[in-house]
Design a protein around this ligand. Structure first.
Ligand code: GUN
Length: 277
């Protein structure tokens, strides 16, 4: 029976430290500020953005939300980003993804000043992460690393299997485990015999958005399971892992909700404080 990793609690104690850091910045006359841009009215994005705003306020980060209509042109969005790049009172800029079809996401990510790239999506940030330089790390991968370390799981020499190769989670988290001397295997939608690979994992990270993809027969006894999936099924949030089945085989497992999610926002706050510092 696995220990359930309490992401909510680990996030709470991390945020207390961030709150103190925000207070120290304010004593020096610096008010840390995060500006979030949301284009369009996607309900999931609206809910994520509200969560980010609330968490920022709770630890003393000023948060500004710029809402732009769904028809916003790429040029208009780039102009807004350039204005924020030049605004010294803004320390972090986050453009919520996905963006409407008329806007090239890559162009937008390239336009954000690397000094304010609290998402860690800019190629300069990703390049620095690849060569192990200090930089803004992407929030979900960094949150996963923090959870693993907080639980005392040793990374060096372990076999980490990542299911999913997204730019936001899968790809960077594999790189971060590699930087910590794990052996890393990437699996994705074209992988044949997924279970062959997942059964070899000491640490299994699943980030694909397929409810209950990973079942008990696909994992090794004692595996540490990190479920990044967020799927709404019959009005309920569930992950990519069959929690009820897998928890009897794993040694540790993150729940959905209350696992990785709270850590993602916490790492965004961490990056914003760093940007202000
Ligand atoms: N959409 C889903 N996750 C993220 C994220 O981490 N950052 C941004 N900007 N958009 C997202």
């Amino acid at each position: 029976m696995a220990e359930v990793i309490n992401g909510k609690e680990i996030a709470r104690s991390y945020r207390m430290k961030l709150k103190e850091q925000a207070e120290r910045l304010k004593e020096q006359g610096i008010l840390p500020k995060l500006t979030v841009i949301l284009v369009g009215e996607d309900p999931a994005s609206q809910s994520y953005v509200r969560g980010k705003e609330k968490a920022a306020k709770e630890i003393g980060i000023e948060s500004e939300l710029i809402l732009m209509p769904n028809e916003t042109s790429e040029e208009e969005l780039l102009r807004t980003i350039n204005r924020l790049n030049a605004d010294a009172s803004v320390h972090g800029i986050l453009v919520q993804l996905p963006l409407p079809g008329q806007i090239d996401e890559k162009k937008v990510i390239f336009a954000i000043s690397p000094a304010k790239d609290v998402d860690g999506f800019h190629p300069e940030s990703i390049g620095k992460m690849m060569i192990g330089e200090k930089t803004f790390l992407p929030c979900t991968p960094n949150g996963i690393m923090h959870l693993i370390k907080e639980m005392g799981v040793s990374i060096s020499g372990s076999h980490v299997v990542i299911v999913g190769r997204s730019q936001i989670v899968g790809k960077p988290v594999g790189m971060m485990f590699l930087n910590e001397s794990a052996t890393v295997t990437y699996c994705h939608s074209k992988t044949s015999d997924l279970a062959f690979f997942t059964r070899q994992a000491d640490i299994l990270v699943v980030a694909v958005g397929v409810p209950n993809l990973i079942t008990a027969d696909m994992v090794k006894e004692g595996v540490v399971v990190i479920d990044v999936g967020v799927n709404r099924v019959d009005g309920k949030l569930i992950g990519d892992v069959d929690f009820e089945g897998v928890k009897d085989v794993a040694s540790m497992i993150t729940p959905v909700p209350g696992g990785v999610g709270p850590m993602t926002i916490t790492m965004l706050l961490h990056n914003t404080i760093e940007a202000a510092q």
